[in-house]
Design a protein around this ligand. Structure first.
Ligand code: ADP
Length: 357
């Protein structure tokens, strides 16, 4: 049984004059116990996708189910979910204990003793027991975030929904909380849908990630699947840091060769089969996969060095390859200067081929 499912879901915001399709034909299953990250650039529809599951937005078309039950018309409080927001959304005049208990008091018939027991247990799990009598203004950002998490935990929901919960924390605390959230998830085993625009957060936290762009699901897979086998150029460019390089080429399908401004590249037979008869292609290669070659070969290209950035053990080289900028992360002792002509190897098992723009 899946924890939650989107089935051909649409969300259209219609403000009279213009229509925004924020979510377009989304089908997605949140498996029991998994940590699913929704990731993509600002405005791609992540929050809306999450808010539809929470019941904070109504869907325009399609079906949303939580544990096999259609919830399209259920109010947020009647859905078996708990949401953690970026801004914590705590009641300023209530103590931490009251904040954590309030949702349960309002939405369940649980006895007060049971509610307090759950609050105590969650507080202990989050190491905030000594803060239970304080009010939010006497808490740090990190502590407020724990209270917000505690309030979600006490509800014992089928799914946790988290909308950029760490983005108001400083970088160090954010990294610490990432680990803590994962540990908490492992302990509780509750399915979690987590929204972030930060691909590093997605890569490090997600069991699976759903990459969104323009309201559409671009790829759903494990972080490594999205990294090694991006389904399209958008995913290839979005996942990974520094970003994948792209070189636009004319393509001669009769010999499987790409050509740009004096640079040629010989694709493998397998790649040529996928590329078919088109006459323009985009070659993609990650900076860490680019090598320096001593001899020319079918998988090498000529390049001009434009910038050299020493990064400790590695050098980040910015080069011109037939008019496109390519970044290479190379290690070893190289004597490379700006303006040098060098030969780069794009290993053929490491390149990606996409449709040209
Ligand atoms: P993200 O969370 O990825 O930044 P959102 O889900 O917030 O993206 O927004 C997706 C699109 O829907 C954007 O174009 C945004 O402007 C639009 N949108 C979101 N909420 C509303 C709303 N209440 N009314 C009109 N348009 C909205």
């Amino acid at each position: 049984m899946a924890s939650a499912e989107y089935d051909n879901v649409y969300k259209v915001f219609d403000s009279g004059e213009d229509e925004v399709v924020a979510v377009e034909d989304l089908s997605l299953t949140v498996e029991e116990g998994e940590f699913l990250v929704l990731v993509g650039p600002s405005g791609c529809g992540k929050s809306t996708t999450l808010r539809l599951l929470a019941g904070l937005e109504t869907i325009s078309d399609g079906e949303i189910r939580i544990t096999d039950e259609v919830v399209n018309d259920e109010k947020p409080k009647d859905r078996d979910i708990a949401m953690v927001f970026q801004n914590y959304a705590l009641y300023p005049h209530k103590t931490v204990r009251e904040n954590m208990a309030f949702g349960l008091e309002m939405t369940t018939e649980l006895a007060d003793s049971e509610i307090q027991a759950r609050v105590d247990e969650a507080a202990e799990m989050l190491s905030i027991t000594e803060l239970l009598d304080r009010r939010p203004k006497a808490l740090s950002g990190g502590q407020k975030q724990r209270v917000a998490l505690g309030r979600a935990i006490v509800r014992e929901p089928t799914v946790f929904l988290m909308d950029e919960p760490l983005s108001n924390l400083d970088a160090k605390l954010r990294t610490e909380m990432r680990t803590e959230l994962q540990q908490l998830h492992d302990k509780l085993g509750v399915a979690t849908v987590y929204v972030t625009h930060d691909q590093t957060e997605a890569m490090t936290m997600g069991d699976r990630i759903a990459v969104l762009d323009g309201g559409q699901l671009q790829q759903l897979g494990t972080p490594l699947e999205c990294y090694h086998e991006p389904s399209n150029r958008f995913v290839a460019g979005f996942i990974g840091s520094p970003s994948m390089n792209f070189v636009e080429m004319e393509y001669d399908s009769t010999v499987g060769r790409g050509l740009t401004d004096g640079v040629t590249y010989q694709f493998t037979d397998e790649q040529a089969e996928i590329l078919g008869s088109r006459n323009r292609v985009t070659l993609g290669i990650r900076p860490e996969d680019v090598g320096l070659a001593s001899q020319s070969g079918p998988d090498t290209v000529e390049a001009t060095v434009e910038v050299v950035e020493p990064m400790g053990r590695e050098h980040l080289l910015h080069l011109d390859v037939g008019g496109d900028e390519v970044t290479a992360s190379v290690s070893g002792d190289y004597n490379i200067d700006i303006g040098d002509r060098v030969r780069l190897r794009f290993p053929r098992d490491r390149i990606h081929a996409f449709d040209a723009d």
